[in-house]
Design a protein around this ligand. Structure first.
Ligand SMILES: Cc1ncc(C[n+]2csc(CCOP(=O)(O)OP(=O)(O)O)c2C)c(N)n1
Length: 535
């Protein structure tokens, strides 16, 4: 091993980076090859934002550490939207960014990389010198994994090129899950005992705690719901209400709104999950490792600092065998949106988004992993496509950026190659992130890409209404199936339900090319959840 770049790559491999993504330029060429030489699989993306979102999605769906490798300056600025999404989501992620040498003050690639990444909520770290390279790398790793942060490790070119100074890697030992205070456990146990209609809403911080939450919910008769990012956590429970908030059915909404106690488990209970607080009529409790979460978006009557799994287990112990029926006196009934009666608005050449979503839910194998972009359409796949568990849904929407959905689906697919990856995108988000369609084809991922195609930025259309000048947000009809065929996909235009036979044909074939479904939509007049969000 000769250079410090190689030493850093080898150190990261030793620390257990499971998968790397990136776009390689001169500044990160040696480093990336060192990662690969250390046994870390690497995926070449076509845009740094895509690479970063793939790594974020991979980390979320696999619960393993992912890394992104970037060229200095413009490589990093291209990645900033993905870095922001990961930072806001508290995804443990290592972004390896080459940097110009401190002395290269006039370099074209020079920007203030520390300032750029701290501005979007990431932690900026740096390999300062050959002698400190291993310690600097371990520090970045520890912050990412143990503090659940998105860390950008800047690697100046002169330090990368300098002769390596090998030193042993001191593996940082993970901290214990946070144990709640005994008084807080007693208070939460008492609140649950006193509740006749408890509802648990599990969020990102509860994705690891399904068994503990189910056991506690069984004891106190709680109904179960999730935020969007934890969708699937209780998928096979008869007491599950699905996603709480804007994507919920009327039945689920009324049950949650009638709760006399809502417990947010590792869940911010933000305006999306609670319909701007309208679902929080009774007592509100929150369990979170971060006390800043309590009451951040809505009222919080009882805040318990603790790891969700640990807290649920401790509360169950505190109940000391006590059980009650609670909110489980009658079956929740059909709590899915797709079970609600509605009129199919499809025409002879445009399909209703409800209809295409319901039919795809029937056609696609249940062992699937669904990723969703942003836009008016996004409620349809989120509410209609059932998923097997919390590793079946990837929702990179903390920054509400359009254009991340396709890259999300790639990262998710690599985390669970046993599942059918489904990317659900609007035509706007698809065309913004389309460069990664080449990555899907090149990697041979058997993905189904569904484009909800209204030839418009539908969210804007429905926000501003028909009286506004909408020419800036409407586009000519584009043949997305032909475009995808050019990339090497199987392209399918869907205008009617009958056209979906093409999906059946693809599913029963070799699936050696991704399938892109260009669903030409009839206008929904603004989707139900968006209408409410803009109310
Ligand atoms: C990067 C970015 N640019 C702009 C926006 C504002 N925006 C939100 S939704 C949307 C339209 C998305 O269009 P499309 O993907 O076709 O989905 P639709 O709303 O039509 O269902 C836009 C431009 C955004 N959220 N992110």
């Amino acid at each position: 091993m000769t250079s410090t770049a190689e030493l850093v790559g080898a150190t990261l491999a030793e620390l257990g980076v499971a998968q790397a993504f990136g776009v390689v330029g001169s500044g990160n060429f040696v480093l990336t090859n060192a990662l690969r030489a250390g046994g870390v699989p690497y995926v070449a993306a076509r845009h740094e934002c895509g690479a970063t979102v793939m790594a974020d999605a991979y980390a979320r769906m696999s619960d393993r550490l992912a890394a992104v490798s970037l060229h200095q300056g413009c490589g990093l600025t291209n990645a900033l939207t993905g870095i922001t999404e990961a930072a806001k989501s508290r995804t443990p992620l290592l972004v390896l960014a080459a940097d110009t040498a401190g002395s290269a003050v006039t370099a074209n690639f020079r920007i203030d990389q520390d300032a750029a990444v701290t501005a979007v909520g990431a932690v900026s770290e740096r390999v300062h010198s050959p002698a400190s390279a291993v310690a600097d790398t371990v520090r970045a790793y520890r912050t990412a994994v143990h503090e659940r942060r998105t860390v950008v490790l800047n690697l100046p070119l002169d330090v990368q090129a300098a002769r390596a100074v090998p030193s042993p890697v001191a593996f940082p030992i993970a901290p214990q899950p946070v144990r709640p205070h005994a008084d807080a456990v007693t208070a939460l146990a008492a609140a649950l005992r006193g509740s006749r209609r408890p509802v648990f809403v599990a969020g990102r911080g509860a994705r690891h705690a399904g068994p503990e939450l189910r056991a506690l919910a069984d004891a106190v008769g709680a109904l179960l719901a999730t935020s969007a990012v934890a969708h699937g956590l209780f998928a096979d429970s008869e007491w599950s209400l699905g996603i709480s908030g804007g994507f919920a059915s009327a039945r689920a909404t009324s049950l949650i709104a009638d709760a006399d106690l809502v417990v947010g488990w590792g869940c911010a209970l933000n305006k999306w999950t609670t319909k701007r607080g309208e679902l929080l009529g009774g007592t509100v409790a929150q369990v979170d490792v971060d006390p800043a979460a309590f009451g951040a978006h809505n009222r919080c009557d009882l805040g318990v600092v603790g790891d969700v799994a640990q807290t649920a287990a401790d509360v169950l112990t505190a109940l000391d065998g006590y059980t009650q029926d609670g909110y489980r006196t009658a079956p929740v009934g059909p709590a899915r949106l797709r079970d609600e009666p509605r009129t199919d608005r499809s025409t002879s050449d445009r399909i209703d988004p409800h209809t295409v979503s319901a039919r795809l839910d029937d056609l696609l194998p249940r062992e699937r992993i669904v990723s969703v972009d942003s836009g008016n359409f996004m409620g349809y796949p989120s509410a209609y496509l059932s998923v097997p568990d919390e590793h079946g849904f990837c929702f990179t929407q903390a920054f509400q950026s359009i254009g991340l959905g396709l890259a999300t689906a790639i990262g998710a697919a690599l985390a669970h190659p046993d599942r059918l990856p489904v990317a659900a995108l609007g035509d706007g988000g698809f065309l913004m992130g389309v460069a990664e369609l080449e990555t899907v084809v090149r990697l041979g991922i058997p993905m189904v890409v569904v484009v909800y195609d209204d030839a418009a930025y539908g969210a804007e259309i429905h926000h501003f209404g028909a009286d506004a000048d909408l020419s800036t947000v409407t586009f000519p009809d584009t043949d997305l199936a032909a475009l995808a065929t050019g990339f090497g996909c199987t392209g399918l235009t869907v205008r009617t339900e009958a056209d979906l036979t093409g999906v059946t044909a693809w599913l029963s074939g070799p699936r050696d090319r991704p399938l892109l479904i260009d669903a030409k939509l009839v206008s929904d007049g603004g989707s139900w959840w968006l209408a409410e969000a803009f109310r």
